[in-house]
Design a protein. Structure first.
Length: 369
């Protein structure tokens, strides 16, 4: 098994993995990928508790204050999306301000030998806070990398220990001794810490395989085995019932996050059930997961449709801004009128909501160039 395990390559690997968009995933794939990501860095899960605001209409002063608050009071990976949205909004405002100041400068200075310069202290403050965030993020990645490597080694050792327990031929070990050893391995497994996301499923499957072997291939005391199976079945049936309740939740994102947690508990904290019941209860839980996945997909389809409408409207405004830039202005009043028209278009631009994230950068470049 160790031959197939390799160390992650640092921050670049983390970021490249997060940028990959996987299409046509099954419901279980989505759950597994989300759990693997949050297992790798559990601070990511905290982002759900921090509201992602509509930063675009906020003033630059408020954006700097919000960024400073997030960087000082929250885990660096929990605010990654928030920070990037704040940065986009701030730079959007900043470029607009530069354009406005440049237009005012040109209206008041006809000497072509005088170059436009503008110093904005708030931009320096923003840069300082953003640099602080990047430093914390890099330190976090470096420490995380060390932890993931250590935890992966620990889990690999526990799997080997479990495998040896199952294959043990020492007849002096009683059933009670073996169960005690299994429970000790389970407790160490729960506290072993995060591992690289690309190893999460294969390592868990390996561990789970040997746990099932413990029950299926070793002639254990039937009463003790059946009691353990019964307890595990009760816990998994409770998870199924909670999953059914989540299908009725109106907050799809919240319901999906809890279902994701239920999968982690199912896989990582509860042992197997009797072999004749395993497929039936897993299929029932999988069906609930598929229904939740379908609801989530429908929700995002509606969001995408709204964002596409916003994209059309914002592109129309960009074309109007381009038209303004092509008009010839020969007087101070003309420049003042252009500035007012530009400000009105900007206000319209900000009124429309979010657009498709993959197009945000393109739109901002067109809007601010």
């Amino acid at each position: 098994m160790n031959d197939n395990l390799h160390e992650a390559d640092g921050q670049e690997q983390f970021e490249s993995q997060e940028d990959v968009v996987v299409k046509n995933q099954s419901a279980q794939d989505v759950i597994d990928d989300s759990n693997a990501e949050e297992n790798e860095d559990d601070s990511i899960s905290d982002k759900h508790d921090i509201p992602l605001l509509d930063y675009e209409p906020m003033s630059m002063e408020d954006l700097v204050a919000e960024l400073d608050n997030l960087v000082k009071n929250h885990k660096v990976m929990a605010i990654k999306d928030h920070v990037e949205e704040i940065r986009k909004a701030f730079m959007n405002h900043y470029h607009h301000l530069l354009d406005q100041k440049r237009d005012e400068f040109n209206a008041e200075n006809q000497d072509e030998n005088v170059e436009f310069e503008y110093h904005f202290p708030l931009k320096s403050k923003f840069d300082a806070v953003y640099d602080d965030y990047k430093t914390k993020r890099n330190n976090h990645y470096n420490q995380l990398q060390k932890n993931l490597k250590h935890n992966l080694q620990k889990r690999t050792e526990l799997i080997e220990e479990l495998k040896n327990l199952v294959d043990n031929t020492d007849e002096s070990l009683t059933i009670a001794d073996m169960f005690k050893k299994l429970n000790d391995i389970r407790e160490q497994w729960k506290s072993a810490g995060a591992i690289p996301r690309d190893k999460y499923n294969i390592v868990w499957n390996n561990y789970h395989f040997h746990v099932e072997r413990f029950y299926d291939l070793i002639h254990l005391d039937k009463e003790a085995r059946d009691q353990d199976f019964k307890l595990n079945l009760e816990q998994k049936l409770a998870i199924i019932e909670r999953g059914k309740e989540l299908l009725k939740e109106s907050d799809i994102a919240k319901a999906f996050r809890e279902l994701q947690l239920l999968h982690r508990v199912w896989k990582e904290e509860i042992g197997p059930v009797a072999r004749e019941q395993r497929e039936a209860i897993w299929n029932e839980f999988s069906d609930i997961t598929k229904q939740m996945h379908d609801k989530r997909e429908a929700f995002f389809a509606n969001v995408k449709a709204r964002e596409e409408d916003n994209l059309v409207n914002k592109n129309n405004i960009i074309r109007a801004i381009d038209a303004l830039g092509n008009e010839e202005i020969s007087s101070h009043n003309g420049w003042q009128n252009q500035i007012k028209k530009m400000e009105a278009l900007r206000e319209q631009f900000l009124k429309f909501g979010q657009i498709l994230k993959m197009l945000v950068t393109i739109i901002l470049i067109d809007y601010t160039k």
